[in-house]
Design a protein around this ligand. Structure first.
Ligand code: SF4
Ligand code: SF4
Length: 436
């Protein structure tokens, strides 16, 4: 049975722009920049030195605690270990490798035993050592997320909603490698032992749905749920509600309602790590938007600078206004196009000047439209007012920290208020105050 989540919007999806080029192109850059922080948690420490020769797949950084390793995505020579621009907007310590073009890899170590013979510890160790993080954007270490869900979930969900406009990376993955995603789901099923295992996709991904259906007879344990397209259905809490009717309480994680959600790209990476013995050194990235010459999807080595991908897609229009890492709703504008693709980069969006962009003197009209679309049942108009007034007591009362920054309110707002931008500032203020 399908349910509805509260609120949501129907933006123009523009997904057809990047699905027209059906052959994947791979990009192998002359130089890669591998940040030592690509996940939520503690940064890695470098395991190599300037001058070292490294092979593709070699572990080059690792750390303790909430941390997963990073690997070389090309073979070549380490030429620098220094702070470099990062998609987060900060400079982050990174290992810079000159590609020698030989693409020599470390020996792969695939797991060949039947799934029933693999225990949870073995699988989780392999996932960690492969450097897996949530590839839908969250970048939380995959082994830690799975460990925290062990014994606590009855429903395992593969998230293929990809509800943000323009992005088609997961869609492309499902059209080309659906069986890898399904194999990855069975591997995690072996760890989590859920009663229900479901792949959720929105109904605008017609070709992907056909491909999955053709594979499903080999995977009778897996259920396919085709959901009506609505933004932000790909957000964990909204997807859980749409699939199970359960509402994750404010400030809590999906495990609170016995669910675990992983992105489909993460499942494919789990398959590659366990069954092919290959760590996370590449991913599919959509490059799209009205300002790029040939929108398409690429298979990209982690560490590839954005400007290399932009050049490979034919370059930017002279009237380009913004390049965003991620989608138009939740992504982050980039001012430096030397930033590298990291494990969580699913899209580079290149946009022309928006004729309907932010107003010069935005004013709240008190129309209440933002309240009606907020999927977290928040009150954006008051959150906006009290963030600007720095009223932290009110922001706490309004549950500002529950805001998932989906942008539905800003999309709907006739006053063109920069709501999400202000909420990000407000959340930062509130977290800093709590830390004190
Ligand atoms: S950005 Fe935050 S306040 Fe606005 S609709 Fe999304 S969750 Fe609600
Ligand atoms: S939608 Fe915009 S103008 Fe309307 S109440 Fe919300 S913040 Fe104010």
């Amino acid at each position: 049975m399908k349910h509805l989540f509260f609120g949501g919007i129907h933006p123009k999806y523009n997904k057809e722009m990047s699905t027209g080029v059906t052959d994947f192109h791979s990009i192998t850059p002359k130089q890669v920049v591998i940040p030592l922080q690509q996940h939520i948690g503690a940064p890695c420490q470098s395991l190599v030195q300037v001058g070292d020769r490294v092979l593709r797949g070699q572990k080059i950084g690792d750390g303790q605690g909430l941390c997963v390793p990073v690997h070389a995505s090309v073979s070549g020579t380490v030429v620098a270990i220094e702070p470099r621009p990062h998609t987060s907007g900060r400079d982050v310590m990174a290992i810079v490798i000159d590609n020698d073009g030989k693409d020599e890899a470390i020996p792969h170590n695939p797991e060949t035993r039947p799934l029933e013979e693999l225990d949870a510890d073995t699988i989780l160790h392999t996932i960690r050592e492969a450097g897996l993080v949530g590839m839908g954007g969250a970048a939380f270490p995959g082994n830690v997320k799975a460990l925290s869900a062990m014994g606590n979930v009855d429903t395992l969900i593969a998230n293929a909603c990809e509800c943000e406009p323009y992005i088609t990376a997961d869609d492309s993955l499902l059209r080309t490698e659906p069986e890898h995603v399904l194999e990855g789901m069975l591997i995690l099923k072996q760890v989590l032992k859920p009663n229900r295992i479901v792949l959720a996709v929105e109904d605008n991904k017609v070709q992907a749905i056909e491909k999955i259906k053709k594979c499903l007879n080999l995977f009778p344990q897996i259920e396919l749920a085709v959901l009506p397209t609505r933004y932000p259905q790909g957000a964990e809490k909204q997807l859980i509600q749409a699939l199970t009717g359960r509402e994750v309480p404010g400030g809590k994680l999906p495990v609170e309602v016995n669910c675990a959600v992983f992105n489909v790209s993460t499942f494919a990476a789990i398959y590659r790590a366990v069954r092919l013995g290959i760590p996370l050194t590449q991913r599919i990235v959509t490059i799209s938007g009205e300002a790029i010459a040939v929108p398409q999807n690429f298979i990209v080595r982690i560490g590839t600078p954005f400007h290399d991908l932009i050049a490979a897609a034919g370059g930017l229009n002279d009237r380009t206004e913004r390049v965003i890492s991620g989608g138009p709703m939740m992504g982050f504008a980039q001012s430096d196009l030397s930033v590298p693709v990291i494990k969580a980069t699913n899209s580079i969006l290149c946009l022309l000047k928006d004729k309907n962009g932010a107003a010069e003197n935005p004013v709240c009209l008190r129309c209440g439209k933002c309240v009606g679309v907020c999927p977290m049942r928040l009150q954006p108009l008051y959150m906006y007012r009290f963030t600007n007034a720095q009223r932290l007591d009110e922001l706490e009362r309004l549950n500002l920290l529950d805001c998932i920054e989906c942008g539905s309110c800003a999309f709907t707002c006739p006053g063109k208020l920069p709501l999400v931008e202000v909420f990000r500032k407000g959340k930062k203020l509130l977290r800093e105050a709590k830390a004190k």
